[in-house]
Design a protein around this ligand. Structure first.
Ligand SMILES: Nc1ncnc2c1ncn2[C@@H]1O[C@H](COP(=O)(O)OP(=O)(O)OP(=O)(O)O)[C@@H](O)[C@H]1O
Ligand SMILES: [Mg+2]
Length: 352
């Protein structure tokens, strides 16, 4: 082991300038990405942003137009699917209906000609990991959606692939079950140390699950970072808008402040030149209600248990704030003052 290996994470997968064209459509636009050994990375992004395309190029279901895919230091760009040591879990888990849970999970190992004793041991361990030992003899039709999803996961875990790819695996489940499975996936990830690339278009799910999030937009990476970095330090307005809730107040820079429909708002940190178009991004928790330098009319309140979301119309600007038990009465239709500390918000330049 070299002296630097303690601080430099081992790279499991490298994607270099990977591109995919479908006719005139640029599905993936020269993406560079490194996935570390043992990390859970989510590919997040709106519909059509290239998430599935990237997964398909990584596992070999599609050929790239250009670029390379390196797994464990080996160029696998043109290697067939079954030679890449990658496990895939899709949204429709496609279990074999005529086989029991045990048979479903052991199928790939049987195809590889492993001895029965070894198959039995591995299948038992995989079923234990996903908490389905008690359902081993059932048919898929005798399982709930969440249980079927666990079988699909066990089927993948059983042969201990170098990388596990999951394309919206929880998309078919109801909200409660999704949450349960998110926690399960986190636990399984921790216990197995597997390298997982998880696709979702649900930012809440990405924030909850990921070591790092790769946010995609139009076939490109908009930003790559930890959930905290994505939320607290968005690098552009697309990221600020996509991750979490925020009020985006657009305007033009004038003498170190931003001229907006709410008036001249202070910009902390950078001093962009006059005429620059940009926006101040304000998270709900940064807004103080009841006093401040702005005023608006409460359009809607949305009860959320521990807190309440307050939607305010300040002229044409929509502001989303958060009221807690400590905030005074907030009534729809009433006028309310609000504000924020300049260093609690971000200024981002508008690149569009
Ligand atoms: N087989 C295909 N033939 C033609 N165009 C395709 C094909 N697969 C994907 N595309 C196009 O490539 C772009 C990226 O698609 P992709 O399926 O990767 O998006 P995605 O991020 O997975 O979206 P979703 O969240 O809807 O699953 C889209 O514009 C899509 O229409
Ligand atoms: Mg997709």
């Amino acid at each position: 082991m070299s002296a630097t290996s303690a601080t430099t994470p081992e790279i499991k997968l490298q994607v270099q300038s990977l591109a995919k064209l479908y006719g005139q459509t640029i599905a993936l636009d020269h993406v560079d990405l490194e996935v570390r050994k043992g990390e859970l990375l989510t590919l997040l992004g709106p519909s059509g942003s290239g998430k599935t395309t990237l997964l398909q190029l990584i596992c070999g279901l599609q050929e790239p137009s250009s670029g390379t895919v390196v797994i464990d230091g080996k160029d696998q760009t043109h290697a067939p699917v079954n030679k890449r040591d990658i496990g895939v879990v899709f949204q429709n888990y496609a279990l074999f209906p005529h086989m029991t849970v045990v048979e479903n999970v052991g199928f790939a190992l049987k195809m590889r000609g492993l001895p029965k004793v070894e198959i039995d041991t591995k299948v038992a361990k995989a079923l234990e990991t996903v908490g389905l030992t008690h359902a081993a003899g059932r048919a898929p039709s005798q399982l709930s959606g969440g249980q079927q999803q666990r079988v699909a996961l066990a089927r993948c875990l059983v042969y201990d692939p170098a990388i596990i790819l999951m394309d919206e695996p929880l998309g078919a489940l109801d909200a409660k079950l999704r949450e349960v499975m998110q926690i399960e996936i986190k636990r399984i990830h921790r216990e197995t140390g597997a390298t997982i690339i998880f696709v979702t278009h649900d930012q809440q799910e990405a924030l909850a699950l990921s070591d790092r999030i790769c946010l995609m937009n139009n076939g490109k990476i908009a930003q790559l970072g930890t959930p905290r970095q994505m939320y607290e330090e968005p690098q552009n307005l697309f990221v600020a808008d996509f991750i979490g809730v925020s009020s985006i107040i657009r305007g033009t820079v004038k003498d170190g402040a931003l001229q907006t429909t709410l008036g001249l708002l202070p910009i902390s940190g950078a001093r962009p030149s006059n005429g620059t178009n940009g926006a101040i991004v304000v998270r709900p928790e940064a807004i103080s209600l009841g006093e401040g330098f702005c005023e608006g009319r409460v359009r809607e309140t949305v009860y959320g248990g521990s807190d309440m979301r307050v939607i305010i119309d300040a002229g044409e600007q929509e502001i989303i704030a958060r009221a807690t038990a400590a905030t005074g009465d907030i009534e729809v239709g009433k006028t309310v003052r609000f504000g924020w500390a300049p260093d609690a918000v971000r200024f981002l330049i508008d690149k569009d």
